[in-house]
Design a protein around this ligand. Structure first.
Ligand code: AMP
Length: 404
């Protein structure tokens, strides 16, 4: 069974002469010059936008960018995304001055078939994340039909991702959400074994539930990054000044127990790269972890022995899911583990494994390593992919009505 089931799909809708209010995820990283530094999310939205335009629809796109918290923060304008989209589409894309209000309504009313307008950052209004009904009603005035293709925010019940459908029930899912659900759904339903999940990143509390759910399906669980420290601490290792989440020690001990009971192989770092400060020119040393991390030192990346072991687990896998960096990859001396795992995923894909990378930092690491094209699927949603793999419903999908 597919995870979109009977949900209305954009190919079921008639777009000719219709204003298609379309939620996309243009929450893209910007560089110091306010240019889009990674256009993956914009690229992934193109099939849906092209379909609407080619079918003679009028594309009214909406997205959030960053966390302006209800204020008009000019650095978080969607202008760079509008420019990027215009280049990729090869047609003009107008940026509206806001996402609701009389001026925007007039602008949208004047749209011709095949034209594209991008509304300004939805989160300039607090009402967006509050799913305020009046705001939903105002958004709904801008479309005759609604399409949700923003997988990255599908786990949020916000005005533009869920609430608006009440006022605009002629609604469908776009190509990107369907593709995401197909790849991520494949990880939940009969993934080819050996299935290996690699989890890293700093915050372990966010990932306890997903680890628990993955444990029911994977043959091996590979842990790195700051969250590995809490696993090591739960086993009695000394961690010096490393990041350890004391509140997660008990749940982690339970996970270790569950892995033993289920026969899931759990891989933890056996060596690591340490430094006293988080700086590119910091003095570093590599230590075997049973020896512990001395006072004043932090564990900031997996070591070469650990990387070799993790690579060989990935090489033998038929299905791999990866979320979260294995070290502080933003700083070069602590990037080797993350880059090495990225390479191992690319190699595994070349030899026939299905490889899926959750969004966020691991997706950024894939792009940085220039290996993004060599992975089966890079999700556009970090939080959304994790919540989906936890087994939770995505409100932005649930809200879409079934086909007639
Ligand atoms: P998260 O948002 O939980 O996925 O965490 C991502 C962040 O984890 C990245 O910014 C990394 O720099 C950071 N990180 C990875 N490994 C470590 C580590 N060993 N110690 C501290 N932070 C880390």
């Amino acid at each position: 069974m597919s995870y979109w089931g009977q949900k209305t799909f954009l190919e079921d809708l008639n777009f000719r002469g219709q204003r298609s209010l379309t939620r996309v995820d243009f929450n893209v990283p910007l560089d110091a010059q306010q240019q889009v530094s990674d256009n993956h999310r914009v690229m992934q939205a193109l099939p849906t936008i092209r379909h609407i335009v080619e079918q003679g629809g009028r594309a009214v796109l909406m997205s959030h960018l960053g966390r302006p918290g209800g204020e008009q923060v000019s650095e978080l304008s969607l202008r760079p995304a509008a420019e990027e989209l215009s280049q990729l589409l090869g047609t003009p894309v107008t940026l509206a001055p806001d996402c609701v209000g009389a001026e925007v309504e007039a602008q949208v009313q004047a749209l011709q078939d095949g034209e594209v307008v991008l509304l300004e950052n939805l989160r300039y209004h607090k009402a967006e994340t509050k799913n305020d009904p009046e705001f939903c009603r105002q958004l709904a005035k801008l479309g005759d039909v609604y399409v949700n293709d923003a997988f990255g925010t599908a786990h949020r019940a916000h005005a533009s991702t869920a609430g608006v459908v009440k006022f605009l029930p002629n609604a469908a899912l776009g190509y990107l959400i369907r593709k995401e659900l197909d790849f991520l759904g494949g990880l939940l339903e009969n993934p080819e074994q050996p299935y290996v999940a690699i989890l890293g990143g700093a915050k372990i509390s966010d990932k306890l539930k997903v680890i628990e759910n993955l444990m029911k399906r994977v043959q091996a669980l590979v842990i790195g990054g700051g969250m590995a420290n809490t696993f090591l601490a739960a086993q009695g290792f000394t961690l010096g000044d490393s990041l350890v989440d004391a509140e997660s020690l008990d749940p982690v001990a339970e996970l270790l127990e569950q892995a033993r009971n289920r026969g899931v192989q759990l891989y933890l770092p056996t060596d690591g790269v340490l430094a006293q400060v988080l700086k590119a020119d910091a003095e570093t040393k590599t230590v075997a972890l049973p020896d512990g991390v001395p006072e004043g030192w932090k564990l900031l990346d997996i070591g070469p022995q650990t990387l070799a072991a993790y690579k060989s687990v990935v090489q033998n896998a038929k299905t791999v899911f990866w979320n979260g960096p294995l070290g502080v990859f933003e700083i070069l001396p602590f990037a080797a583990g993350t880059v090495g795992v990225a390479q191992a995923l690319a190699q595994a894909t070349a030899t026939g494994a299905v490889t899926v990378v959750g969004g966020g930092d691991s997706a950024a690491a894939m792009q940085q390593s220039g290996l993004a094209e060599q992975i089966s699927h890079i999700s556009t949603g970090g939080g959304a992919s994790l919540e989906f793999l936890e087994g939770r419903e995505l409100p932005g999908v649930t809200v879409i009505p079934d086909r007639n």
